[in-house]
Design a protein around this ligand. Sequence first.
Ligand SMILES: Cc1cc2nc3c(=O)[nH]c(=O)nc-3n(C[C@H](O)[C@H](O)[C@H](O)COP(=O)(O)OP(=O)(O)OC[C@H]3O[C@@H](n4cnc5c(N)ncnc54)[C@H](O)[C@@H]3O)c2cc1C
Length: 570
Amino acid sequence: MQNLQTYTTDVLVVGGGMAGCFAAIAARENDCDVILVDKGYVSSSGQTPFAGTLLVFDPEKDDRQETINYVRKTGDYVVNVDWLNITMDRSMECYLQMKSYGVPFAKGADGQDRRMKEDGARAVFPDNLKFPQILRKKVLETGATILDRIMVVELIMQDDEVCGVVGITVSDAYPVVIKAKKVILCTGASAFKPPSWPVSNLTGDGDMMAYRVGASITGKEFVDTHGTSSTNPYYMGRNPLKGHMGPPPERPPHGDRPPMGHPPNGDKPPMGHPPHGDRPPHGKPPRPRFTNALGEEVNIAGHLNLGIEFEIHKGNGPMVLPKGGRGPIAGGELVSCASSGMSTHKAEGILPMGLDCSTEIQNLYAAGDSLGTMTTGAAYATIGLAHMGSAVTGKIAGENASQTAKTSAHKQVADDTITTLFDKIYAPLNRAGGFSPRWVINLLQNLTMPYFNLIIKEETRLKSILSQVRYLKTDVVPKIKASDAHELRLALETANMVSNAEIKICASLERCESRGTHFREDYPFRDEQNFSTWISCKQIDGEMQISKHPIPSDWAWQEGEPRFVTFEEV
Ligand SMILES: Cc1cc2nc3c(=O)[nH]c(=O)nc-3n(C[C@H](O)[C@H](O)[C@H](O)COP(=O)(O)OP(=O)(O)OC[C@H]3O[C@@H](n4cnc5c(N)ncnc54)[C@H](O)[C@@H]3O)c2cc1C
């Protein structure tokens, strides 16, 4: 094979966000050889560089039961309390670890790290412009190897065990083989390349690699609810390039637009800074306006807790929907999710086996947003929990994978196995003709992103998009043509996004109730009897099998317990 790059390591970490960095450091500190590979650049890719808060639970100052009750209530009583406890228990250690690396945290008036404590939140504020680079540096200092800009595409399986991965270099599509005793997937969340939230390279690659080799995938029916309004469907106030909040640039009316081409020399603005008076005023730019069907302005400050206003806003609950759910849709309402496709942080992902971040697949671990721990259940409960959850699970996965790697040997991989995997990977490049991956992505987005498919769900519509997504999977994706390395990566990501969409729709169809961020127009109320469960999807002999996993009764809703989200008949 031309230009083949081959590596061998004890522990391979795929994805270099918070989870991947913590995993790599933990495994390396346990004296294992470690490679950390990322399809972007470790410290600038994934969601990690955007997170501004970290949950830190202080057992001496905080009330554990109060926090658990708050998260259970907000997560609508499908929270995995074991994972929540683990995250709380190990959060202080991860925070102190970051401090020891020199990560700066925002200070309060007393000169100490500012720690917010309200409702269920106990969060500190790391400087997110600096900490990803500090983590990268620390990973390298431990002696781990970082490989940037390599997209991992498939897990190598031998005798039903993972023994490495194959991938391609992003710039040239050169083949890469990494043999490893243990693989930890830290590939982040799964979205459909939305234009308005910085998750466009998080295309569910890890989830789908694991799914293809028989792992169960959970939590896909719960929606991340950062909204976008119908007046600006692609925008939710965050400029993905600059990372600040503010309205999108106004397009001037036609008559006012400057003529095409370069302005004549005399019209060019003078060099240097504009005089003070001409600069835009300081301070936060205004947030985009969200209104409901009655034209009232709606406060979306609580959007993470499902402050979604669809048809009727009565101001008496975070979410009030008429039975049956239908009503007028007017300009300015939420029409989609900024993070389209992504599920509630820590809900979606590979189903963990036990509490050591192992999965059903031998030698395969997962952590961070690609591990479906259900730490915050059906709705995102409190700030900082997602990011700290990634640090904690990354650390646990690194510790356990390295511990087991010490007592295991590398498996021999048959040449045929590798050749077959690369034949499949390069098929879009070798095809004489076919569909453009961009066109297929557009089709997928048009099917999955509108609010009436993504947020307000109903059986007929779900079945209709399912049949089209399945057609994409069986008849369109296999005919995608890639003209260059960039398109090959897009083609491979598209295949993953389409499979992810299929699972998302099937999980949504299976949950015949409304709970947290999952709303079914045809089942507008909770059904504790049948759906105090987690749902997972698994592929057996090419067919999807859906399972329900009952929640331990003391974690489920008990008669008389408060509700965060109301589904009322009006
Ligand atoms: C704007 C924004 C603000 C946020 N604010 C907060 C906050 O204040 N508090 C909080 O707790 N959480 C916040 N979050 C969520 C939080 O950032 C994430 O939950 C967390 O960073 C996830 O870390 P991770 O390591 O699991 O995944 P990520 O940081 O997403 O890293 C995944 C990595 O995997 C790589 N990858 C993916 N596929 C492949 C592949 N096939 N091959 C190789 N590499 C691959 C990606 O390039 C990426 O670098 C925010 C998210 C966003 C987008």
